[in-house]
Design a protein around this ligand. Sequence first.
Ligand code: UDP
Length: 253
Amino acid sequence: ERKQVIVITPTYNRALQAYFLNRLGQVLRLVQPPLLWIVVEMTSESAETAEILRKTGVMYRHLVCVNKNNTNVKDRGVHQRNAGLEHIERHRLDGIVYFADDDNVYSLELFESLRNISRFGTWPVAMLAQSKNKAILEGPVCNASQVIGWHTNEKSKKLRRFHVDMSGFAFNSTILWDPRRWKRPFSNPIRQLDTVKEGFQETTFIEQVVEDESQMESVPPSCSRILNWHLHLDAHGLVYPRGWLLQKNLEVV
Ligand code: UDP
């Protein structure tokens, strides 16, 4: 029986949102079922997002979360990912869970590879260095299916235990409610990530579900291919040519 892939995507209303969601939805549509796409918005459900999701032909849930704690951590999808996790836990959804931001670039092969993960899988993600003229990797260095080290780039993040991008790991959902089966280090519930410093969210999460590298699987073996890119393509404060009338959410047909 094929394992289910469960993709959690935080999203919010901005000019490129429709483009991003359509692009991701079109890749997900090509993935063999079963796949569930959990799309989470903040504060309220937007009609534009609902419309895009309806048209993708992917099985989805459209969730909304409200920041009750009002913490001052710079948000960037943190509460939304937590809401997605809570949904999976509450409904005991069985599958491989993956956090896919709406603006990254994903290969079809990535989603298919996720099904090979039994417990926790990780792989290198390509991104542009701050100078933008160099491509760098963040994630594991592997020997066959073993994780033996990490690509480290940014000085400010050197203190992290695991150098993994949010879009560079996936795990079996049963880790969330069956820690003993997976020898999860802590038996307490997964710590919510809303009090964690930016840049440390991935490692903080991962430290709660695996003990060390020996419990990780490389995807694909040897980490030999780049399966997705984290490009930071978002344009902030877009200025449109005079006379253009645009809603917040660019239509793409
Ligand atoms: N995001 C969100 N609300 C925000 C900022 C970001 O829902 O206020 C989502 C965004 O749609 C994306 C993810 O969180 O899916 C990561 O955001 P972004 O790409 O801006 O962060 P970066 O990749 O630059 O860290």
